[in-house]
Design a protein around this ligand. Structure first.
Ligand SMILES: [Zn+2]
Length: 120
């Protein structure tokens, strides 16, 4: 796992707040239609059921940021493109969002630096 920040604790805290009735489900299930479409078209299915609706498996959607990425800056990144960017750029940032396409729950899962400078 490359160097980065894992948001698992924040995710557990948000789910716990919802289970305790402290936040409405609409506060945590608020994925934009564009994110849901991206998850359906380009996401990576995870071996983990949605913690909110428990209907579908979560899907991971990755975004890449970095001025050197040019047209891929701020774009959704497939695993194949990630490999290409990783091999051809010194450094960029990758954000991974977990999405449920059934109830629109979404959460930032992790953020890490990628690129040749961080390849191990
Ligand atoms: Zn769900």
């Amino acid at each position: 796992m490359p160097q980065g920040v894992d948001y698992t604790l924040a995710k557990r805290a948000a789910i716990a707040q919802w289970r305790a009735g402290r936040v409405p489900v609409t506060d945590i299930c608020d994925a934009q239609p564009a994110l849901i479409r991206a998850a359906e078209a380009m996401g990576e299915p995870l071996d983990e059921k949605c913690p909110v609706c428990e209907k579908r498996s979560l899907v991971a959607v990755s975004f890449t940021y970095g001025s050197s990425l040019r047209r891929y800056n701020g774009r959704i990144c497939t695993p194949e493109r990630f490999e290409l960017l990783q091999a051809s750029h010194d450094e960029f940032v990758c954000y991974v969002v977990e999405v449920c396409t059934a109830c629109t729950w979404n959460h930032l899962a992790r953020r890490f630096l990628a690129g040749r400078a961080h390849a191990s």
